[in-house]
Design a protein around this ligand. Structure first.
Ligand code: DQA
Length: 153
């Protein structure tokens, strides 16, 4: 199987994963992701190339998604942060680009009942699935799901 390229895309306030409110978002940084993937996927992890991008700006995230389409990337693990709940523009982008996307959240947004807005995702309907509540492991699980999908053709 040819090498697969996946984009780990993070939106606003996700440039300091591991440092920001660790009681909610966990204390592990994105640097632990390759190790986690190796644990989960074993040798198969060697065929995977991860690209990382983070921006605090909605338009920049859309530009990166459009670039992912042009590059023919195999999938995106996307934590859009607060834009998950508010951005029709990101939802519109995911609806047409045709790059398989898994929505990722470090926290379990569905359990954050004190903030009902966080339980809603505008982008979810254009994603193949959602992983929430497992911290950094969520990105690795998203890549695993994209790999399975890829293997099935
Ligand atoms: C988040 C959840 C969002 O509600 C929040 O705005 C974030 C992070 C998460 O990873 O749990 O910035 O997407």
């Amino acid at each position: 199987m040819k090498n697969r390229k996946y984009l780990i895309l993070n939106g606003p306030n996700l440039g300091h994963i591991g440092e920001r409110q660790p009681e909610i978002y966990g204390s592990q940084g994105l640097d632990s992701l390759p190790g986690l993937l190796k644990e989960i996927l074993g040798e198969k992890a060697e065929g995977i190339e991860l690209l990382f991008h983070q921006s605090n700006f909605e338009g920049n995230l859309i530009d990166r998604l459009e670039k992912a389409k042009r590059e023919g990337l195999d999938g995106v693990a996307f934590n859009a942060g607060a834009l998950t709940h508010t951005s029709l523009a990101i939802a519109d982008c995911l609806a047409w680009i045709g790059v398989p996307c898994v929505e990722v959240h470090l926290s379990n947004i569905f359990a954050r009942t004190d903030e009902p807005l966080r339980q809603k995702s505008l982008m979810g309907k254009s994603c193949i699935g959602c992983v929430a509540g497992f911290g950094i492991l969520g990105y690795a699980l998203a890549v695993l799901a994209l790999e399975q999908r890829h293997a099935q053709g």
